[in-house]
Design a binder for this molecule. Structure first.
Ligand code: SAM
Length: 230
């Protein structure tokens, strides 16, 4: 369970709201039950339930289980897609291990506003489910131009290009990287030119078929992880 507060040995915590409801009413945990907690800073801890009531659960932190995990330095830059699909994208990006997600505004992006809290809730749920002790950062919706203008010299930009490019095996270099996935309508020719003008950009292919943006994201992140994600 993720807690948005720093955890420490022997700390006593009182949870209310959804966290208390989840432990007390959904899982029906009783005093003495053990729960794993993480805080995105100090790693994972074991805690024991001291009291469990409908609206409040108290816990005592008993043991440090592991440090916050090192996360491969991969950013995912993706144009937001419609609701159910972007929720899926958050979940899979978190499970597959990305460090940072940047929703990108492009000419053909169909969504121009994001519910940051809802998307972050999906990241937290996915982290809890897959045992991540570090949450991915979630940036605000950022225009593609703004990202490209300030592109860091040391970060490889792998641009998923449905018109063809290098294979991941050929393209991936050691070190910080980002994968850029376009919107369902693809990038405009001008956007393609600005992406290609970045010295650190490499066009990569995910095969001969046109994948939906969410499929392209999962395939690209999995391929990068397989080549560089230790
Ligand atoms: N509108 C485009 C078209 O019809 O040609 C397709 C865009 S595709 C649905 C969405 C994004 O997924 C693309 O911008 C690209 O980043 C990525 N993508 C899809 N298929 C891909 C492939 N085979 N190789 C690399 N990237 C791909």
């Amino acid at each position: 369970l993720f807690l948005d507060q720093p955890l420490a040995q022997d700390a006593h915590l009182t949870l209310d709201g959804p966290a208390a409801n989840y432990l007390g009413a959904v899982l029906r945990l009783k005093p003495g039950a053990q729960v794993k907690l993480f805080d995105d800073r100090t790693g994972e801890w074991l805690a024991e339930i001291v009291t469990a009531e409908r609206r409040a659960v108290t816990l005592a932190v008993t043991r440090h289980l592991r440090d916050r995990e090192p996360v491969p330095d991969l950013w995912l830059l993706a144009a937001p897609i419609k609701k159910g699909r972007i929720d899926w994208l958050m979940e899979k990006a978190c499970e597959l291990g990305v460090a940072r997600i940047v929703p990108v505004l492009t000419r053909r992006t169909i969504v121009d506003r994001l519910n940051h809290d809802r998307l972050r809730a999906h990241l937290i749920e996915a982290a809890e489910q897959c045992g991540r002790t570090a949450l991915p950062d979630l940036a605000d919706l950022t225009p593609l131009d703004t990202l490209l203008k300030a592109w860091p010299d040391d970060r490889q930009l792998l641009f998923a290009d449905e018109t063809g490019g290098q294979s991941f095996g050929q393209a991936v270099r050691p070190g910080p990287a980002a994968i850029l996935i376009g919107p369902e309508g693809g990038f405009t020719p001008e956007e393609r030119d600005s992406i290609r003008a970045i010295p650190k950009a490499t066009g990569v292919t995910l095969g001969p078929r046109i994948l939906r943006a969410d499929t392209a994201m999962a395939a690209a992140v999995a391929l990068w992880m397989a080549h560089a994600g230790d």
